[in-house]
Design a binder for this molecule. Structure first.
Ligand SMILES: [Ca+2]
Ligand SMILES: [Ca+2]
Length: 83
């Protein structure tokens, strides 16, 4: 993951974290990305299964889960993000 990709993910994370609590819950993801894509992100990235994404899960897991498709997935998040 490049420094630019990390910065993009951190920027998206802060926008989506509507309550500023430092984690993204299912409602925040669906509010920002729509039901389908929001649920996909939770399913893909919530490694510990607690129903919330920490900043570390959102960034580190995106890099490991999406691998070579990371930049494509970041672009998709940016396009879909409604907040
Ligand atoms: Ca939150
Ligand atoms: Ca989690």
């Amino acid at each position: 993951m490049s420094a630019q990709e990390l910065a993009q993910l951190e920027f998206i994370f802060k926008k989506v974290d509507a309550d500023g609590g430092g984690t993204l819950d299912a409602d925040e993801l669906k509010e920002a990305f729509g039901d389908e894509f929001g649920a996909k992100l939770m399913a893909d990235l919530d490694a510990d299964g607690d129903g919330e994404l920490s900043l570390e899960e959102f960034t580190t897991n995106a890099a490991s889960v999406y691998g070579g498709d990371l930049s494509k997935n970041i672009a998709q998040m940016q396009i879909n993000c409604k907040v």
